[in-house]
Ligand binder design. Structure first.
Ligand code: NAD
Ligand code: UFG
Length: 338
């Protein structure tokens, strides 16, 4: 069997997926340009698993670079994580997001077709459901998407659907992630955001460790049981395992399909804070403030399709997600920068 090419494999979800791939005996090739990561995560993946990966530093939009990687290696299938992902930043520099996220995808698919590699797993997001009524299922039409980042994911899905219609040899699976948090149980790899975090768990961690003074809960007046927003948090290791299940399906499937990867359970901001305080035995300094623009009150998955067709189900609960996130944070107070 040829190798799995993991684009963006030095990043948060990519690095955890590389661990799972190596542990189930796959050869792994990583491409990353470190725009949002560092080489240290690659070293640590190898350290956790005791196995080597091939690594190529370069930009996914660079077709000559991609061709050189494909010609030097026997690639069997590709998991495409590489992309920019900050919602707020995407509103400030939309062209960078469209350029990076869409031109990377087009360059990748052209190169894959040129080397007759036609098995692809693509990282999409629950954000494409927009203002649909949760639980979200894969048959729903996309809802109102409120930011350029989300639109790049929607457009990427359309590009891949068109590609599979044009050429029946492709096998393409879109995975729509809900809210990944947590870290590998070793505490060696985890999420390492640059600057002040935008997302809830990384922010909680920085407050818990004393790097930031206070967590603001964005809105306490939503129509939810405790007034705060509800999300479907999923342990990043469960998410990574979902990619192994998707690769198995690619081997016996042609065409295009979409799967939600979530737990199917909603958890409010206050519930997550309370659980974190309980299992990690820390007091979080927080206050409830104004709503954040663009936030939906409730977002959670219908996971039945992935359960039935990918034979995959998330197993870790919120307590375990908090525990593993905290272990990563206290073992690496400065993230990958020692
Ligand atoms: P991440 O930023 O940690 O990882 C992305 C990796 O891609 C980084 O290592 C970055 O350096 C690399 N990269 C970006 N542009 C590149 C380019 N042009 N060439 C080469 N490498 C490039 O993000 P993540 O959380 O691991 O997310 C992985 C994927 O999943 C992304 O596509 C993201 O949009 C998607 N996703 C993430 C979430 C989430 O909450 N983390 C939710 C839904 C979807
Ligand atoms: N929140 C706070 N305070 C903070 C940060 C977040 O109260 O400092 C709240 C938000 O208002 C929201 C919840 O915590 O209610 C979760 O917010 P995140 O920013 O962690 O996650 P989002 O659900 O907004 O979005 C994330 C990713 C998107 C992805 C989406 C998929 O950032 O890229 O999950 O569901 F599309």
């Amino acid at each position: 069997m040829g190798s799995v090419l993991v684009t963006g494999g030095a990043g948060y979800i990519g690095s955890h997926t590389c661990v799972e791939l190596l542990e189930c005996g796959r050869e792994v090739i990583v491409i990353d340009n470190f725009v949002n990561s560092s080489y240290e995560s690659i070293k640590r993946v190898q350290d956790i698993t005791g196995k080597k990966m091939k690594f190529f530093e370069g930009d996914m939009r660079d077709r000559d670079f991609l061709r050189s990687v494909f010609s030097e290696n026997e690639v069997d299938s590709v998991i495409h994580f590489a992309g920019l992902k900050a919602v707020g930043e995407s509103c400030e520099v939309p062209l960078e997001y469209y350029d990076n996220n869409l031109n990377s995808l087009i360059a990748l698919c052209e190169t894959m077709a040129g080397f007759n590699v036609k098995k692809l797993v693509f990282s999409s997001s629950a954000t494409v459901y927009g203002d649909n009524q949760p639980p979200y299922n894969e048959n729903m039409k996309p809802g109102l998407i409120t930011n350029p980042y989300g639109r790049t994911k929607y457009m990427a899905e359309q590009i891949l659907s068109d590609l599979s219609i044009s050429d029946g040899e492709w096998s393409i699976l879109i995975l729509r992630y809900f809210n990944p948090i947590g870290a590998h149980e070793s505490g060696k790899i985890g999420e390492d955001p640059k600057g002040i975090p935008n997302n809830l768990m990384p922010y909680i961690l920085k407050v818990a460790i004393g790097e930031l003074p206070e967590l603001k809960v964005f809105g306490g007046d939503y129509k939810t049981p405790d007034g705060t927003c509800i999300r479907d948090y999923i342990h990043v290791v469960d998410l990574a395992k979902g990619h192994i299940s998707a690769l198995k399906k690619l081997d016996k499937f042609k065409g295009f399909d979409i799967y939600n990867l979530g737990t199917g359970k909603g958890c409010s901001v206050l519930e997550l804070i309370n659980k974190f305080e309980e299992v990690c035995k820390v007091n979080l300094n927080y206050s409830v403030g104004d709503r954040r623009d663009g936030d939906l009150p409730v977002c959670f998955a219908d996971t039945s399709k992935a359960e039935k067709q990918l034979n995959w189900k998330a197993k870790y609960d919120i307590g375990r997600m908090c525990e593993d996130s905290w272990r990563w944070q206290i073992s690496n107070p400065k993230g990958y920068k020692r």
